[in-house]
Design a protein around this ligand. Sequence first.
Ligand SMILES: CC(C)(COP(=O)(O)OP(=O)(O)OC[C@H]1O[C@@H](n2cnc3c(N)ncnc32)[C@H](O)[C@@H]1OP(=O)(O)O)[C@@H](O)C(=O)NCCC(=O)NCCS
Length: 181
Amino acid sequence: MKAAQKNWQVRPERPEDAPLVEALTAASFGPGRYAKSAYRLREGVAPVAELGFVAIENGTLRGSVRFWPVGVGAEKSLLLGPLAVQSDQRGRGIGIDLMKTGIDAARAAGWASIILVGDEPYYTRVGFARLPPGRLVFPGPVDPARVLGLSLVPGATLTLSGQVRRAHIDEAVCADGAGVA
Ligand SMILES: CC(C)(COP(=O)(O)OP(=O)(O)OC[C@H]1O[C@@H](n2cnc3c(N)ncnc32)[C@H](O)[C@@H]1OP(=O)(O)O)[C@@H](O)C(=O)NCCC(=O)NCCS
């Protein structure tokens, strides 16, 4: 039984974990990741520090998850990912464990919703559902069938609509007094 042995621990990511987390992400997604819409939303923006988690087993990093703040229309949301598990450790439940921990922490921190671009059959396991095609506009092409959302506050994803933007750019615009279009 592959999931019988749960010897890993999920704990918050620490600053010293960052090089390993980044190496795992690079190995899992390859250089093509930079061209993806989700990466454009992360460019130059820090992940939400308290929502980074790592799975550690026998002192070894097995997996990691991070979340980025984004703007969606007039609202704030979280972008889930990257989520990555060491290639020889997949299928043990580590990815689901990391996501559940991150989702619970996001809810506890008061975030209303999480969005992502990914495989629906996997992410439905932690409650994500496909959003209506065209409701969210990403900075680049995305397959509408892969645009998923999760409400942390009941109904939150029902009102999410519009352009998905990098969070810090919105803040800079607000600070200049120019407002958000
Ligand atoms: C996707 C990923 C994080 C899953 O991690 P994991 O620890 O293997 O996942 P879990 O063990 O928690 O879940 C495994 C289950 O999900 C299923 N699953 C995994 N990836 C899936 C996918 N893309 N679509 C549908 N089901 C998937 C597995 O078949 C398995 O099902 P089972 O329990 O019925 O056997 C891992 O495969 C990975 O790092 N992939 C490369 C990076 C990536 O694609 N990340 C996701 C995009 S952000």
